[in-house]
Design a protein around this ligand. Structure first.
Ligand code: ATP
Ligand code: MG
Length: 837
């Protein structure tokens, strides 16, 4: 199982994997570790990442970037409408009211959901990883901003599914960084000591995120998270863009904003300028040739002026820093370190502002670009059964308070209760007890909409079904489990009726049990319950019981607070009637949820597969076309050089005609053909080219092979001569065997002479009479017959044992070290010897 972490940024994506026991950030096909979050659509295929970024200016209407913020949002959403005004491509409402993008793809108008666009990016990241690891990638951990709400998180999970990924967990950006920071620390305080408090600040292209974390040996607990979702490097670029737009208007009378391409070029140049200003305080020029109306433009900027333009943005950096500290209930002096990550923390004024606030130098021990991805990969490794990772527990924080509301049976009004407070541990689950006669609906929602960077507070509606009064007519006691899981997803996961039934009547059927649609019996239902709590057992310490101060009369019952399944207020006659408790699982119907409906998800999965196939076919078509082009240049170059003499004048002229004709064809009719047409063309060229190439290559290989064969013949002749002269080395060889060698050598010699003679008569442009592979085979045959004979070992001579020979004295025996020493000396001497030479 591959262990993979994806940092999907607003602008940049990074991939980290576990490789040879360590965490590594990997590079894409451009040897770039950063893959831009850009997807571009063309008339034949999609391009994603670096290649797509290059299309931003040439194909602005169908090149999608800056889309992370659109996850889970409706078209009418204010954020979407604001973004719409800044993006060069079109945003459109989809059938479900969610926002989608409109692009021209395969020469047709297409609407894609944001989940699909992110899925395309993930597909690319998956492919990069698979190419790097040489194995299939399915399981992964993906990072998201901590301020993402349930809808946005579900939307990213759907995107992962569309891309064929099984996202084991969505991890908050800063939590990934904290994990990457803490897991390698050897000097963390013990669990019984005061924890080490570290603040993490990540400013990326779109957002600023802050978290305060408490580290102890083997654990990190996120105490608080705070953020400005609309403050990132992009906003600093925008200030420069505004400045130069105004300057070019007065200086060159150019209305930059009226031209999409010019505005995009200026934005890119401003970002470069911003980066240069991070390491340079002097004036920096901005020059763009042929900017608009064939005019070149120029301007300049320096850090002081830039900071003046961005004064309010820099001031805003303080706000989440204050909030994070306040929410964590820690003082400045409690903070042991401030770690900064994210590209935009390189802006000196941003860094200075963070230092000023914390009244200390900030640390940059982590790689600002890769820390999130590495944290994701670590988390994935921790969740993978195939890896053993040092024990390290992460307790994240719920970013926004979550409440549950329900209709009160008693007063027909609505009751609500906060289930998870802000910064409460996550993952976490709570069990709430209700008394009901009939099915009822629960609604989960974010209870502080003002603090929510998302317009929809509602999370989901769940109907608890199959509830009927107890045998004795009393209301059924219903326990409902609500959880916020490790990805920060909120759901009502299970419901259970706790019923009192007569113990006398063993055959008594429990209400609902018979009527159960699934026909599941009580035991099986109980098993379901067990499984779901097992799944939660990863966070047993966070499994908390409900405290319901706001409960209405029907709920404000001692039983409602009595958890763990025991019923402790049975009527006094209960014992007499010999009652016993049964647990019956109740089905939960999700009435609304922010996730994509199953059918649509399936359609998107199929569409994505088709698009992958289409890209693949287009890649193959392009490769075939490139092969034709490469072959044209290759043969033309060779025909003018080393291949010249290996074809006659007539063939040479024909070949040149074919090559020149193909080159022209490639620019005209052949510019856009299918793969097979290119393969046919390639075959046509190679039909003429390969024999010429072969003759040329043979002209080099053949003499070499003849030489090798000749040397071997010579070698055996020498041995035969020595045998004849009675050389002791060969005296043990049978004369008949040596005759075999002789015959074979003479045969081979004759064959070689004949072959050389006939080949010598041929011109280089004629088909050779002998191929180097044939010579190779002849050499092999000679070897096979002769080598065994001539290298036959001499028989061993056993001398009679001499009784006087004493065993070697023990002290003379060489220890292995002695032997090694001797060898070492030898090597040294040898080296010396060489040196002297
Ligand atoms: P987000 O975290 O908001 O989703 P992201 O992860 O894509 O966005 P990063 O890759 O962390 O963002 O940072 C990109 C931002 O950092 C861009 O605005 C880029 O211009 C800025 N940046 C990178 N290097 C520098 C630098 N040397 N000086 C100033 N800004 C820089
Ligand atoms: Mg980021």
């Amino acid at each position: 199982m591959a262990v993979v972490g994806f940092d999907v940024g607003f602008q940049n994506c990074y991939i980290a994997v576990v490789k040879s026991g360590g965490i590594e950030t990997i590079s894409n096909e451009f040897t770039d570790r950063c893959t831009p979050a850009v997807v571009s659509f063309g008339s034949k295929n999609r391009t994603i990442g670096n290649a797509a970024r290059n299309q931003m200016i040439t194909n602005p209407g169908s090149t999608i970037f800056h889309f992370k913020r659109l996850h889970g949002r409706l078209f009418q959403d204010q954020v979407v409408q604001t973004e719409k005004g800044c993006l060069p491509y079109d945003l459109v409402p989809l059938n479900d009211g969610k926002v989608g993008v409109k692009v021209a793809y395969l020469d047709e108008e297409h609407h894609f959901s944001i989940e699909q666009i992110t899925a395309m990016l993930l597909t690319k990241m998956k492919e990069i990883t698979e190419a790097n690891l040489q194995k299939k990638v399915v399981e992964c951990v993906i990072s998201i901003p901590s301020f993402f709400t349930d809808s946005e998180r579900r939307s990213v999970l759907d995107a992962a599914k569309i891309a064929g990924l099984n996202c084991l967990k969505l991890i908050n950006d800063n939590t990934a960084v904290a994990l990457n920071y803490g897991i390698y620390k050897e000097d963390l305080p013990g669990t019984d000591e005061k924890p080490r408090i570290v603040a993490f600040v990540d400013m990326g292209h779109s957002a600023l995120q802050v978290s305060v974390c408490a580290f102890s040996t083997g654990t990190v607990k996120v105490l608080s998270t705070a953020f400005d979702p609309y403050l990132g490097g992009k906003d600093f670029d925008q200030r420069l863009v505004e400045y130069f737009c105004a300057e070019f208007k007065s200086k060159y009378k150019l209305d930059v904003k009226s031209r999409v391409r010019a505005l995009l070029r200026l934005t890119q140049e401003c970002e470069k300028l911003k980066k240069l200003m991070s390491s340079n305080a002097t004036d920096i020029p901005l020059n763009i040739e042929c900017f608009m109306d064939d005019k070149d433009v120029s301007g300049k900027m320096n850090r002081a002026k830039f900071e003046e333009l961005c004064g309010d943005l820099i001031e805003r950096v303080r706000v989440p820093l204050v909030a994070a500290l306040e929410q964590a209930h820690v003082q400045l002096q409690d903070i042991s370190a401030v770690e900064i990550v994210g590209g935009a923390t390189r802006i000196p004024a941003v860094k200075a502002q963070i230092c000023k606030f914390f009244k200390r130098d900030v640390s940059t021990t982590l790689n600002a670009d890769e820390a999130v991805a590495k944290g994701c990969a670590l988390q994935c490794a921790m969740m993978s059964p195939a890896f053993r990772v040092r024990d390290f527990t992460i307790t994240d924080a719920v970013p926004f308070p979550i409440s549950l509301s329900w209709t009160s049976e008693a007063d027909e009004g609505k009751s609500c209760h906060e289930i998870f407070g802000r910064n409460q541990p996550c993952p976490s689950a709570k069990i709430i007890t209700f008394y009901r006669n009939k099915p009822f609906v629960l609604e989960a929602f974010y209870s502080d909409p003002d603090s929510l960077p998302f317009p929809e507070a509602k999370i989901g509606e769940y109907k608890v079904q199959n509830i009927q009064p107890q045998q004795n007519g009393e209301k059924a006691k219903v326990k409902v489990k609500v959880q916020v899981d490790c990805s920060g997803i909120v759901s009502v996961t299970s419901a259970m009726a706790v019923l009192r039934v007569s113990a006398d009547d063993e055959t008594t059927k429990v209400n609902g049990e018979m009527d159960n649609d699934d026909g599941i019996d009580v035991d099986a239902q109980d098993k379901t319950q067990e499984t779901s709590s097992d799944q939660l057992s990863i966070d047993k310490e966070n499994l908390q019981t409900a405290q319901c101060p706001l409960m209405k009369p029907d709920l404000n019952h001692t039983d409602a607070l009595s958890m763990n399944g025991e019923v402790n207020n049975q009527p006094p006659d209960a014992k007499k009637a010999r009652m016993k408790v049964k647990h019956v699982g109740l089905p939960i119907e999700k009435m609304t949820t922010q996730q994509l409906p199953k059918e649509r998800l399936s359609t998107y999965i199929v569409q994505e597969r088709k698009m992958i196939q289409q890209d693949c076919q287009e890649k193959e078509r392009n490769n075939a076309k490139n092969a034709v082009e490469e072959n044209v240049y290759y043969y033309r170059h060779k025909l003018e050089g080393p291949f010249q003499t290996f074809l006659n004048a007539e063939d040479r002229r024909t070949f040149f005609e074919l090559l020149n004709g193909t080159e022209d064809w490639l620019y005209e009719e052949g510019a856009d053909q299918d793969k097979q047409t290119y393969l046919n063309k390639l075959e046509e060229i190679q039909k003429l080219g390969l024999p010429v190439q072969d003759r040329y290559q043979e002209s080099i290989k053949r003499p070499q092979m003849f030489e090798e064969l000749s040397a071997k013949i010579q070698n055996y002749m020498t041995i035969m001569e020595e045998f004849k002269n009675g050389n002791d080395n060969y005296s043990h060889i049978d004369a008949m065997d040596m005759d075999k060698v002789k015959v074979c050598v003479e045969d081979t010699q004759l064959w070689m002479t004949n072959m050389q003679n006939s080949q010598d008569k041929l011109a280089p442009d004629q088909e050779p009479s002998i191929h180097s592979t044939q010579i190779q085979m002849k050499l092999q045959a000679l070897n096979n017959i002769c080598e065994e004979i001539v290298s036959k070992p001499k028989p061993r001579v056993d001398y009679p044992m001499d009784d006087d020979i004493q065993p070697e004295p023990q002290h003379n025996k060489k220890s292995p070290e002695d032997v090694t020493m001797e060898y070492t000396d030898f090597v040294q001497n040898d080296a010396e010897h060489k040196h002297i030479e």
